[in-house]
Design a protein around this ligand. Structure first.
Ligand code: NAI
Length: 257
């Protein structure tokens, strides 16, 4: 069997929204897998702690501040990663925000902000990184969707963005496949992070009670952890996953869709 791609130790990964939660766990896991990792988030300082932990454990990490919904800033950040770590060929589009509201109360700003970060951000980052992947004739794109893509009360903006990400992912898989690039989406269910803690606070619930109530509705009987998502991302970006593309993997403790 011919091997014509560099080994995983040569890979450079970008993870957006990597300062905390799922993004920090994915960045940490990819570093453990042997990839050099660029941690992108709104503010470089916010990524300093997870980046330092990776470096202390013997990995390679770079913290970069960027707003993924700003095309000029995205291009600059991706170029900085290429200059400082090497050509990025793995991209995990994870950055996200919530602006939940029922439709009649949802503002244009709620809509634009959520679509801007999740959907436009995923487009801008993928467009900036694909040129390095095409040149390398190898690449992995993993986009964070959600079970909310199937519809969720109070999340017209977020569910539209997460469903849009599924369509975008499939199109990326079709367009980029011939360059050895795969694109897949992970659609998590309830994952315990600051994001779900903020949702609990918004509805006036204690987070522990909120998680217990959610766990009752999940077949495996527990809520998810950032590491559950990191494990799935690790598989999708692995060398051996090159024939898995255009898929949406629901990681929700049970079946969805
Ligand atoms: P989180 O709120 O803990 O972390 C999101 C990170 O994204 C933060 O560090 C934030 O600063 C960063 N971010 C926000 N806007 C940004 C921007 N414009 N540019 C760069 N970075 C930005 O959220 P969590 O829970 O870790 O979620 C990560 C992803 O997983 C999101 O896309 C979310 O929608 C998705 N997801 C989360 C689920 C959950 O239950 N926590 C369920 C399904 C999907």
């Amino acid at each position: 069997m011919e091997v014509d791609v560099p080994g995983p130790e040569a890979r450079v990964a970008i993870v957006t929204g990597a300062a905390r939660g799922i993004g920090a766990a994915v960045a940490t896991r990819l570093a453990q897998d042997g990839l050099a990792v660029a941690l992108l988030d709104l503010d470089e300082d916010r990524c300093a702690e997870p980046a330092a932990k990776i470096t202390a454990a013997g990995g390679t990490a770079l913290a970069v501040g960027v707003d993924v919904s700003d095309g000029t800033a995205v291009d600059r950040a991706v170029q900085r990663v290429a200059d400082e770590l090497g050509a990025p060929t793995v991209l995990v589009n994870n950055a996200g925000i919530l602006r939940d509201n029922l439709l009649f109360k949802m503002t244009e700003d709620d809509w634009d902000a959520v679509l801007g970060v999740h959907l436009k951000g995923t487009f801008l980052m993928s467009r900036a990184v694909q040129r390095f992947q095409v040149e390398a004739r190898w690449g992995r794109i993993v986009n964070l969707s959600s079970i909310s893509a199937l519809g969720n009360r109070g999340q017209a903006n977020y569910s539209a963005a997460k469903a849009g990400i599924q369509g975008l992912t499939k199109t990326l898989a079709i367009e980029l496949g011939k360059f050895g690039i795969t694109a897949n989406a992970i659609a998590p269910g309830f994952i315990a992070t600051d994001m779900t803690a903020a949702t609990a606070a918004r509805v006036g619930a204690d987070f522990e009670d909120f998680k217990k109530a959610a766990a009752l509705t999940i077949p495996v009987g527990r809520v998810g952890t950032p590491e559950d998502i990191a494990h799935t991302a690790s598989f999708l970006v692995s060398e051996g996953a090159g024939f898995v593309s255009g898929q949406v993997v629901y990681v929700a403790g049970g079946p969805k869709d």
